[in-house]
Design a protein around this ligand. Structure first.
Ligand SMILES: C[S@@+](CC[C@H](N)C(=O)[O-])C[C@H]1O[C@@H](n2cnc3c(N)ncnc32)[C@H](O)[C@@H]1O
Length: 468
């Protein structure tokens, strides 16, 4: 076999050099230099490339990999390839089962395992938890995987509730709007479920985050008061509240730090609180995501929570490559059989701006000034890097003009599947509804792997019989 045979095979099946590079782990430059006879590949490299090429061709023949032919313009292709919104869990499961990844990914397997643990039936002795502001259930998934029985949740957004329900069918929606919960409701929950051991949840962070206006008068910034009230009535052993790290610098209109108001409110209900500012990438999540956790322990327990250790500083953090290397390589407008892995079709001029921009750089840094966006900052239209954790997944990760939303080597924004992987949602986690609702739920979530780390530590320190 010589390289010309491989090239002929590659071209016959419209597999781009970039796709082959991602699937094989060789650089596109290496493949290009072999194809142009500039460098002779070793027999080992030839054999490896042949094996990968055969795998890709098998996937194309089996219909599990959708390759866009060069002659088709992305916009034309996408107009009939765009998958429809997912209507039911059955539809999601059947679409997913038709898809098989190109290769084994240990990270994907770890997420599957987490999903399985979360689905394990809980016993009557399992500690009971309630999730406030549950969203689609990122935090709940982590806690359920560590052995907590999340018996109820509160969430105002109908689409997030739907997703939550598909993944946690045994959890009861206790209320939509946290502001509508009365003391009478709380007492009736207590009668129905018995003592609640744990309350988890993160109030909306838009009012505190840089992506929002950071308006001290934003009514969402007051929602924590309902959380405090529920804790003060149900008196769980522990509560865990999550928010953006920037909450710590936000001031009320009286000039007081919000964080001080929140800590004071919780302390006055008889809880000792520890605060932890962390980055999810230090806890096995392939994403830079800075967050604040407040962990309150009921004062009569006389015990301090020890936050779990981050991965050792000399250990390699999980990267975007670790999270996604097994996914089909897609260009703008292409789709795959994975219902969540398809790309938006971007306008041709935007593709031109980004096409030759290397990973880690922005279209605003295009070496050809004529191919730069007319205005904006170089944090926008920016490629993430293969070998670093993904940038923070926000609710607008599909906007190519957003901050660091561009794939490292394809000229497109991230797909929903890439975002779920970066957020550490297992592929098995059921997403239904409109694409926009799914993206919002994912961007708002606590990464399940991070939640699971905290949950395991809490379980061991406060609920495991051996800890007493
Ligand atoms: C930061 S997200 C929570 C994400 C969740 N912890 C997870 O891991 O998936 C905040 C959630 O609070 C919900 N929310 C906002 N206002 C609410 C209210 N008044 N009552 C209940 N939920 C509310 C939002 O719809 C959003 O899903």
């Amino acid at each position: 076999m010589c390289y010309a045979d491989l090239k002929a095979k590659r071209l016959k099946y419209h597999i781009s050099q970039s796709k082959l590079a991602v699937a094989s782990g060789y650089t596109k430059a290496a493949i290009s230099s072999w194809e142009r006879n500039k460098v002779i590949p070793s027999p080992y490299d030839l054999e490896k490339l042949n094996a990968i090429l055969t795998q890709l061709i098998d996937a194309i023949n089996a219909g599990t990999l959708n390759i866009q032919k060069k002659s088709i313009r992305p916009s034309q292709f996408a107009s009939h390839a765009l998958p429809k919104n997912i209507k039911s869990p059955e539809e999601y499961k059947s679409l997913l089962s038709a898809y098989s990844p190109l290769s084994y990914n240990p990270y994907r397997a770890k997420l599957s395992e987490l999903y399985k643990c979360a689905q394990c039936p809980k016993s009557s002795a399992s500690p009971k938890a309630i999730a406030l502001f549950s969203g689609c259930g990122g935090m709940s998934l982590g806690f359920a995987s560590a052995g907590f029985n999340v018996i109820g949740h509160v969430e105002i957004d109908e689409s997030a509730c739907q997703i939550y329900h598909h993944n946690f069918p045994h959890s009861t929606l206790l209320a939509h709007d946290i502001c509508s919960i009365t003391d009478k409701d709380l007492f009736s929950w207590q009668q129905q479920y018995g003592p609640i051991d744990l309350i988890i949840g993160g109030p909306p962070c838009q009012g505190f985050s840089l992506a929002g206006k950071r308006d001290p008068e934003d009514v969402r910034n007051q929602l924590y008061k309902y959380y405090v009230h529920i804790v003060s009535v149900l008196r769980p052993k522990i509560f865990v509240m999550e928010n953006v790290r920037l909450l710590t610098s936000m001031k009320t209109s009286d000039g007081e730090l919000f964080i001080d108001c929140i800590l004071r409110a919780f302390s006055s209900t008889g809880y000792s609180i520890t605060r932890h500012e962390i980055n999810a990438s230090d806890y096995g999540v392939p994403q830079t995501r800075e967050r604040l956790f407040l962990v309150g322990v009921r004062s009569d327990l006389n015990k301090k929570f020890i936050f779990p250790d981050s991965i050792p500083s000399d250990t390699q953090k999980l990267t975007f490559r670790d999270a996604t290397f097994d996914l089909p390589f897609l260009e703008s407008g292409e789709s795959s059989l994975d219902p969540l892995h398809w790309s938006i079709s971007h306008p041709t001029h935007v593709i031109q701006w980004l096409k030759n921009v290397p990973e880690g750089h922005s279209a605003h840094e295009n070496i050809d000034p004529a191919l730069r966006p007319p205005s904006g900052f170089n944090t926008t239209y920016k490629r993430i890097r293969w070998d670093e954790p993904c940038s923070t997944i926000s609710t607008n990760f599909s906007m190519i003009s957003g901050c660091r939303n561009v794939h490292p080597s394809s000229t497109r924004s991230l797909t929903i599947r890439e975002a779920t992987r970066a957020q550490s949602f297992p592929d098995e986690f059921i997403f239904t509804g409109k694409w926009g609702d799914i993206r919002r739920a994912i961007g708002n979530a606590v990464p399940p792997i991070l939640a699971a780390c905290i949950a395991k530590a809490l379980y061991q320190q406060f609920f495991d019989i051996k800890s007493f």
